[in-house]
Structure formats: C-alpha cells, structure tokens
Design a protein around this ligand. Structure first.
Ligand SMILES: Cc1cc2nc3c(=O)[nH]c(=O)nc-3n(C[C@H](O)[C@H](O)[C@H](O)COP(=O)(O)OP(=O)(O)OC[C@H]3O[C@@H](n4cnc5c(N)ncnc54)[C@H](O)[C@@H]3O)c2cc1C
Length: 416
C-alpha cells in the first residue's frame, strides 16, 4: 500500500478501514539466501537496500525482540556529516545524501528535519581545530560555516554568554545536520523491506552458528534452525556476544549511554547544540521536550540502564551551557548499549569465516550512519567487495595499524 495525501483523505472519508499492517508476521522458512541478524536500523536498512537496490531475494531479518527495541529507538536522533578524516567523512556524507532522499525512497514520513548543528568552541585552539574540520567537510561535499560568538548569540540567545567559566567564542555550524524521528526510521525500513519480499522475524533470537569446514551453513535460533547462504551480523551493542558464538573475539567493548527528555516546552532550541567544554548536547523534539545527553557511563555493561554519576555529569554540562535548563523538569531517561570500537570508528567487513559478514563498532554515532551502513553492508553482501565509501572499515585495522582515530584520543573507548 502506498501512503499519500490522497490515501489519507480517502481513508478519513471511509472510516479508516483500508489500512493494512505495515509489515507481515511470517513464519521462518527452512532456509534463506541472506540472513541479517539484528532488526535495528542497520539490519533493516541492509535488508531494504539488498532487496531494492541489489535485487536480491530470499532474505530474512532475525530480531530477538521487536523492531525498534534496540538503539535505533533509544538514540537522541541526531544526524550529521561533520567528520574530519578521509576514512570517515565520505561515508557520513553519503549517509546524509541518503537521509535527504529517504522519505521518498521509503514512501514513509521519517520526519527528517535538517535544522542545523552548532558545535560550540571555547578556546582559540578549538576554533583552529573546527576550522580544519570544516574545511575537510567542504572538500568532501558537505557544508560548514564558522560562526562568531555574536552570530551564535543571534541563533541561540539563551546560552550562557555572560558568566560562563568557558566563554563561547563561536561555533562550527553544519546546516544540513539535524534530527530524524528514530522509530520511524526502523518502521519505514521494515515496511519497505517487507514490501520487497523480506521476511522480518521478530522474537527470533540467534543462539548459535552452524559452521562447517570454515563456511557458514545457517543459524540456530529460538525458533529453530534456519539455513543460510550468507549471514550478516548487525547487532550493535550485542556484537561481542553474537560474534563470540562464531568463535571470534572483537576489538569492541559494550558500554551504556543514557538519554534524557524534559517536559514539553514552547519552541526554544533552533537546532542541535553541542557544548565544546564538556560532553553535553541538546535539541528539542517536535513535541517540545528537550532531548539531551552526554558521555557514556564508562564501565562495561549489557544492561540497558545507566547510573546516577553520569546523570549528575550531564546535568552539570547542561547547567554550564544554558543555566535555564535547571528550571525544566526531567520527564524520562533511559540507556542503550553501545558497541564501542577502540578508535571510535565502525567495521563493515567480511570475517575469516566464509559467508559470515560483520557490521558494528558504531559507538554512539551509529544512528546517523543508518542509511549508508545499510547500503554499504548490502553492497558487501551482494558483491563481496566493500562499498567505495566504506573501504577503510576493515576488521583487521587494529592489527595492520590503520586506525581511524577521529578524535585523536587513541585506543580508549571511554574517550570516543
Ligand atoms: C542514548 C543513545 C543516544 C544516541 N544518540 C545518537 C545520536 O544522536 N546520533 C547517532 O548517530 N547515534 C546515536 N546513538 C547511537 C545509535 O543509536 C546506534 O549506534 C545505532 O542505533 C546502532 O545500530 P542499530 O540501529 O542497528 O542498533 P539496534 O537498534 O540496537 O539493533 C541491534 C538489534 O540486534 C538485536 N539482537 C541482538 N542480539 C541478537 C541475537 N542474538 N539475535 C537476534 N537479534 C539480536 C537487538 O535486539 C537489536 O534490536 C545513540 C545511542 C544511544 C543508546
């Protein structure tokens, strides 16, 4: 069923009896050509592009819980392509271009809102670093502007300009960055993949791999054994657990990241704002809630909830940046499990096991990557070659020394 303004009008006049389920609930088949493990944004996007762009059939997405229950429905919805390094920026700019055409591609309102991102800087050294980053972005076809403190004040007069311990000296503005309704991304990709024949199997946990003579044969699941030609793993925070079942140990740690939403306020924050002297970022949802977050909790965990020291840390960052946030009441908060790689950059690669492919290490920046990650993973699964924007995301880069250390903080996941 195609969604359109005409369809809404027709359904409104006929009692809304014609809407069909957005995707089917099929029983697992004995075997598929392609199995994608993980029904998050990346797994669903992979299935969409594999079927629609690469014309592949007999595809299933296996999700242990429900669609959107993982990080794709837990993130703070920010999209951007403001990276510095050549291994990263072309990939994230590709993702941004896919976001820009996503709603037409999926025939689904994902509420893509390019309301801009301001990365504030507070020192001369930070300004130089942002100028360099902005130039790298422009060279890769993205957009960047360096704003003075006065220009920032015009955009966001409520920031702390007068009594700040870390005075705002300006910002790197990325106007095509913004936010996207996170659940809608999962639902839109699921609906489109389903319409191209992909079986989306919820409540289907992968519990083991069947590997014979170095080649994948299929997967054991909570709904029985399913044979597979190729298996792609895209389970984000569960990467180490799932790949351990195939005998692989990854250069990835799992950490908690928390998100916070305030009560609804009148429109206040124009886009996304990030604090440059601490880890704090904030935007405002269409319903009026301030959506904000900060650092990871800093210890390894698979629990989807965080702890109080980080709540205090995020609140301090918020108060330093915009003291009036102290008057807003916190409505809800939650945690998600981040697949933190050692250099802060992801992996999209084959594994030493024939027919088994891996996608992960997204740290806390994988939502913005969803379209490009799905596209590049589908390309790899379909052609056995890396997509041109993802050639640097090799699994062996820690061994070969080709790290993509975007933040320049070395092999410390808690600092990425
Ligand atoms: C609080 C928070 C804020 C964030 N903010 C941003 C942001 O603003 N911008 C940004 O770009 N990124 C952000 N991120 C990161 C982003 O959400 C993730 O990097 C991205 O969503 C991960 O990819 P995914 O959507 O495929 O993951 P998920 O949605 O977690 O999908 C993985 C799926 O695999 C399933 N799975 C696990 N094990 C198995 C198994 N054995 N069998 C079957 N299925 C299994 C899980 O149930 C899950 O549904 C944030 C994350 C969090 C938690």
């Amino acid at each position: 069923m195609r969604y359109s303004a005409l369809r809404i009008a027709y359904e409104a006049l006929t009692g809304h009896k014609g809407w069909t389920p957005a995707w089917r609930d099929p029983a697992p088949k004995p075997a598929y050509d392609y199995i994608i493990i993980g029904g998050g944004g990346h797994g669903l996007a992979t299935a969409h592009y594999l079927s629609k762009v690469y014309g592949k059939a007999r595809i299933a997405v296996l999700e242990k819980g429900w669609i959107g229950g993982g990080n794709v429905g837990r993130n703070t919805t920010i999209i951007r392509s403001n990276y510095l390094l050549p291994g990263n920026e072309p990939f994230y700019e590709f993702s941004m271009k896919l976001w820009e055409g996503l709603e037409q591609d999926l025939n689904y309102n994902a509420m893509v809102s390019q309301r801009g991102i301001m990365n504030l800087f507070h020192t001369d050294g930070q300004r130089d670093a942002y100028r360099r980053r902005g130039n790298a972005m422009i060279l890769q076809g993205s957009d960047a502007e360096l704003l003075t403190a006065e220009q920032v004040r015009k955009e966001a007069p409520f920031l702390n300009f007068d009594n700040a311990r870390f005075p705002i000296k300006g910002a790197l503005m990325h106007r095509r960055g913004g936010t996207v309704r996170h659940d809608a991304v999962a639902w839109g990709y699921a609906r489109s993949a389903d319409s191209h024949g992909v079986d989306i199997l919820q409540n289907c946990e992968v519990t083991g791999f069947r590997i014979e003579q170095g080649r994948i044969q299929g997967v054991e699941t909570s709904r029985g054994y399913i044979g597979a030609g190729k298996v792609g793993v895209a389970v984000a925070g569960s990467s180490s657990r799932v790949m351990a079942m195939a005998g692989m140990r990854l250069p990835i740690e799992s950490h908690v990241l928390q998100a916070f939403v305030s009560e609804g306020l009148k429109p206040l924050i124009p886009g996304v704002i990030t604090f440059g002297a601490g880890h704090f970022y904030v935007s405002q949802s269409d319903k009026g809630g301030l959506v904000f977050g900060g650092d990871i909790d800093g210890y390894n965990s698979y629990a989807q909830r965080g702890n109080l020291p980080l709540v205090e840390d995020v609140a301090e960052g918020g108060m330093a940046l915009m003291p009036m946030i102290g008057r807003a009441r916190l409505l809800r908060m939650w945690g998600g499990i981040m697949d933190m790689s050692m250099d802060g950059s992801p992996y999209i690669d084959r594994t030493p096991i024939e027919g088994l492919y891996f996608n992960g290490g997204w740290c806390y920046g994988g939502f913005k990557a969803t379209p490009a990650s799905g596209y590049a993973f589908a390309h790899l699964l379909a052609t056995d070659r890396p997509h041109e924007t993802a050639t640097a995301y090799r699994l062996d880069r820690s061994l070969s020394g080709r790290m993509i250390d975007e933040k320049g903080v070395g092999a410390q996941p808690n600092l990425h």
